[in-house]
Design a protein around this ligand. Structure first.
Ligand SMILES: NC(=O)c1ccc[n+]([C@@H]2O[C@H](COP(=O)([O-])OP(=O)(O)OC[C@H]3O[C@@H](n4cnc5c(N)ncnc54)[C@H](OP(=O)(O)O)[C@@H]3O)[C@@H](O)[C@H]2O)c1
Length: 249
């Protein structure tokens, strides 16, 4: 997938979809920055697995909701690995699952703020370099819940819809500078974030998909790699659901 000599930053790569993405990018030849917030030892294990397999990686701590930390992270990554070619904005911003009437504004706003701050700060930090070099690929990890809502998920759906709109607008703006911006939207994926869901519910959702199962993190990573690579060089502003066909647009 032509990832040799590429430098990628994957946010929230200590676990789940980010971890699978970092490992796949590295296996395809990219030098990868593994961002984490709290799981330092897990992030170090990801880096160790990559380097033991002959790849290049570094771990870098930053809360993606904090502008100064994001700027420091990008500066450290570019100093260590070189100019960034790819940003995968993946870090999972937590949210409450409950009926709308039970939400306070502060709870709702925390999710909107977190989701939008993370993409805003990460893009502001990487874009000056990408536009100057005339190339770059940004992939934002949204959710099929941004297009197909589910009871209780109003904060998540609203925040991810904002993320989708942000990506479309940014793709318009930075396309003329050679930078592509796309959304990969996973359906239900087996990670720590979904471990709380009852097994019967996961099985039921899997059964509704034409491909008859829910996703593994590696399924999402494969789609992210495909969109990041030059094979997708004429794709920008797109929303790609990765849900085994459960969400078709
Ligand atoms: N799993 C699903 O079914 C599903 C479906 C649709 C969309 N998604 C999206 O896919 C993405 C990844 O989700 P996941 O299921 O892989 O989550 P996960 O397994 O719970 O992992 C979350 C990752 O995000 C990191 N993180 C959380 N807050 C952070 C912050 N403020 N700054 C930096 N890193 C932070 C965590 O780092 P530490 O552990 O180091 O703190 C961890 O590496 C998210 O954007 C999520 O909304 C997931």
């Amino acid at each position: 997938m032509d990832m040799k000599n590429r430098v990628a930053l994957v946010t929230g790569a200590s676990r789940g979809i980010g971890r699978a993405t970092a490992k796949l990018f590295a296996a395809e030849g990219a030098a990868v920055a593994v961002n984490y917030l709290q799981s330092e030892s897990a992030a170090r294990v990801v880096v160790e697995e990559i380097t033991n397999a002959g790849g290049k990686a570094m771990a870098v701590r930053a809360d993606v909701r904090d502008e100064a930390q994001v700027r420091a992270m990008v500066a450290e990554v570019e100093l260590t690995l070189g100019p960034l070619d790819i940003l995968v904005s993946n870090a999972a911003i937590g949210f409450l699952v409950k009926p709308f009437t039970k939400f306070t504004w502060d709870e709702f706003q925390a999710k909107l703020n977190g989701e939008l701050k993370s993409i805003f700060f990460c893009c502001q930090a990487v874009l000056p370099g990408m536009t100057e070099r005339g190339s770059g690929s940004i992939i934002a990890i949204s959710s099929t819940l941004s297009r197909h809502s589910s009871p209780g998920f109003i904060a998540h759906s609203t925040a991810k819809s904002g993320l989708d709109a942000f990506v479309r607008s940014l793709a318009e703006e930075v396309g003329p500078f050679g930078v592509r911006v796309n959304v990969v939207a996973p359906g239900l994926t087996l990670t720590d974030a979904t471990a709380w869901l009852p097994e019967e519910q996961k099985a039921m959702i899997g059964d509704m998909a034409p491909l008859k199962r829910v996703a593994l993190p590696e399924d999402i990573a494969g789609a992210v790699l495909a969109i990041a690579s030059d094979n997708s060089r004429f794709i920008t502003g797109c929303y790609i659901p990765v849900s085994g066909g459960l969400l078709m647009l």
